[in-house]
Design a protein around this ligand. Structure first.
Ligand SMILES: *Cc1c(COP(=O)(O)O)cnc(C)c1O
Length: 370
């Protein structure tokens, strides 16, 4: 095992390839794969991940915001990039970097048409999003006529795809709701395609959509979390490999006695059962939030669980190592693909893998394992 001498996020590109191939094996040969690399590639390293996936011939990328697309272009990504959350202030950056905006309401559609016309664009690629139940971004079915009218009155835009987003694809108790979203999407896109006179690509599924609703893959799927190794269910996660391991090191060991306290606000007070603590160089500024404090979260040292005691500090945590034979300088695992997954650690504090992995801050050094 790699010996950590500081806090490191190791990113295993072979595991990424495994996950990519596993998800692709669920698709028909002609279904395109869009890799979602927003939020710094879910906290991993968007540039490394995107370059690696581009070499594996991924069809599309998506980011949340334009600035994330610019970073990918600067890192040498030439594959199409969909910007999921278009903001009018970013139109220039979108055009200058050949990014493809999601147009999700009348305001952003009108403004982008005016912008594209002013810039003398013809057939600039855009994506139209419909709201089928998430109530986050997207046109309603009742907007179809108006959207079509505007699109047929300009030659500055070309609709590359129509898409929507599932609200609860990982939650099988919401199956009826999801099936209804899929049905709505079918109806909306059929009406739209007929009226516009050509058939844009269609896509609605995220990772759990691919795993739970194979009939909804349409022309493309948009996978994020699955590529990074999590399937949103115990069963699906067994087929995937977490690509990131967060490791750190023991900076200092303290021996404490009954009545001693540990950390800020004396949140932990020993009743005598905890006699040995280790201080580790990562805290809430690194992405281990205060919700993991006070024995909710834990790390692993020499295969043994060491609960976090007291409050999480900005730059450090203290853990209980009373029953662990270890010394200063020893390696500590926060999460990885074997010992404790980010999914398990997140659950210990009542949150989800997405939040834990995207929250690992840029202060933590990334190490790419090829
Ligand atoms: C983040 C996101 C995805 C990826 O979802 P996963 O559950 O990570 O696969 C897909 N589509 C949209 C619109 C998103 O915002």
């Amino acid at each position: 095992m790699f010996k950590a001498q500081e806090t490191l996020l190791e990113i295993d590109l072979k595991a990424l390839k495994h996950n990519f191939e596993h998800l692709k094996s669920k698709l028909k040969d002609n279904t395109q794969f869009l890799a979602v690399v927003k939020a710094f590639g879910y906290g991993n390293d968007a540039n490394e991940i995107a370059n690696y996936l581009q070499d594996l011939n991924v069809d599309y990328f998506a980011v949340a915001y334009a600035s994330e697309g610019v970073a990918l272009r600067q890192a040498g990504i030439t594959t199409p990039i969909l910007v999921l959350h278009t903001l009018a202030v970013n139109f220039d950056v979108i055009l200058d970097n050949c990014l493809e905006p999601n147009l999700y309401n009348t305001k952003i559609l009108n403004e982008f048409i005016a912008f594209a016309e002013a810039k003398n664009q013809t057939k600039y690629p855009v994506h139209i999003k419909f709201n089928t139940g998430l109530n986050r971004l997207g046109f309603l079915e009742s907007d179809i006529e108006d959207v079509i009218y505007k699109l047929l009155n300009t030659n500055s835009l070309k609709v590359k795809s129509l898409f929507s987003h599932l609200a609860a694809s990982e939650d099988l108790s919401e199956q009826n709701f999801t099936l209804n979203q899929i049905e709505n999407f079918k109806n909306i896109t059929e009406r739209f395609s007929k009226k516009i006179g050509y058939t844009p690509m269609l896509h609605i599924s995220n990772t759990s959509g691919v795993l739970n609703y194979p009939e909804a893959n349409f022309d493309m799927v948009r996978c994020g979390i699955g590529m990074y190794g999590f399937g949103n269910s115990k069963k699906e996660s067994t087929y995937l490999k977490p690509i990131a391991s967060l490791k750190t090191v023991i900076s200092q060991i303290h021996h404490i006695k009954k009545g001693d306290s540990v950390g800020y606000n004396r949140a932990f007070k020993s009743e005598g059962t905890v006699t040995k603590t280790a201080t580790l160089p990562l805290g809430h500024a690194d992405g281990i939030g205060r919700i993991y404090g006070n024995a909710k979260g834990f790390v692993t040292i020499h295969r043994k669980k060491a609960p976090i005691i007291g409050n999480v500090c900005m730059d450090m945590i203290m853990v209980d190592i009373t029953n662990i034979d270890c010394k200063e300088g020893d390696t500590v695992i926060v999460f990885d693909g074997n010992t404790t997954s980010a999914e398990t650690l997140a659950e210990s504090a009542g949150t989800i893998s997405y939040e834990l992995i995207t929250g690992i801050s840029q202060r933590v050094k990334r190490v790419i394992i090829k």
